[in-house]
Design a protein around this ligand. Structure first.
Ligand code: ZN
Length: 269
């Protein structure tokens, strides 16, 4: 997300918006103020909070907030550049450049909100501190607060903002911690390792995305079932947990133990 923000920051603020919309009915989540109130205004740039991208207007009155979910893509098209016929959302700038949101598949999960700055604040108030640069001290406090499975804790945006399920897999593997270890059981040295892994992995992701790498090249654990672990060569394992699939290395992370599906292991307990 940070890589996208950097790419969009300059171009979106170059020209005023001449036409806002159309937007897919499932994508645009707000109707007041109407999209047309954007027309004639210029963005101040692109901002980011956790996985949300925000485009505040230069006059400080409105903010376009975008959440891409899993399949949404936001693209800046220069004047004359070919784009999708029916994007889920489109903004056209003076001179012909466009900002378009597309989403693969029939389910529209990505969202666009047109809000006042106050409404954005309210919307974001429940988010935890940013993951990147969080540091071991703050992370230690978060881990001690309540006993949570690490994979679920890392993904909880109210606790730490900015880590999705894929990066939770990458980070926990890098830290050599089990996705199911309990946060309160971590030794200070393990908290430090987890904190370092958050910065290293998110930093690595940012760099690869800026160079245009795709998911397959960016992730080393996520979605790599049975491929060799890049550290020890053990085939990567997978366990289905609640609505998420967790990828891990049984040798590096769980002391050789193969984890059972959560639902199944509950029955067997
Ligand atoms: Zn391994």
């Amino acid at each position: 997300m940070e890589a996208w923000r950097r790419q969009l920051d300059e171009p979106v603020s170059a020209f005023p918006i001449v036409k806002a919309g159309p937007a897919h009915v499932a994508t645009l989540k707000t109707f007041d103020p109407p999209l047309s109130t954007l027309e004639g205004r210029t963005f101040a740039g692109a901002r980011r909070r956790a996985k949300r991208l925000m485009f505040p207007t230069a006059d400080g009155e409105l903010v376009v907030l975008v959440h891409l979910m899993t399949a949404g893509r936001l693209k800046y098209l220069r004047a004359g550049e070919k784009g999708p016929k029916v994007p889920a959302f489109r903004l056209e700038f003076e001179g012909g450049a466009q900002l378009v949101l597309t989403e693969a598949g029939s389910k529209k999960r990505a969202g666009v909100w047109l809000l006042t700055p106050e409404a954005v604040e309210a919307e974001l108030a429940h988010l935890g501190p940013e993951a990147l640069g969080l540091g071991a001290v703050a992370l230690g406090e978060i881990c001690a607060e309540e006993s949570r499975r690490l994979h679920s804790l890392l993904r909880d945006q109210r606790v730490i903002a900015g880590i999705g399920r894929a990066w939770a897999n990458e980070i926990l593997h890098h830290a050599q911690l089990s996705p199911f270890a309990l946060s309160r059981d971590l030794a200070p040295e393990q908290v430090q390792r987890l904190s370092d892994a958050i910065d290293t992995e998110l930093g690595r992701g940012l760099e690869l995305r800026e160079r245009g790498a795709n998911d397959a090249r960016t992730y080393r654990m996520h979605d790599k079932l049975r491929e060799p672990c890049y550290v020890c060569g053990t085939p990567i394992a997978r366990v289905d947990y609640e609505e998420h699939t967790v990828y891990y290395c049984p040798d590096c992370q769980t002391g050789g133990r193969v984890l059972k599906d959560r639902r199944l292991s509950r029955l067997l307990r």
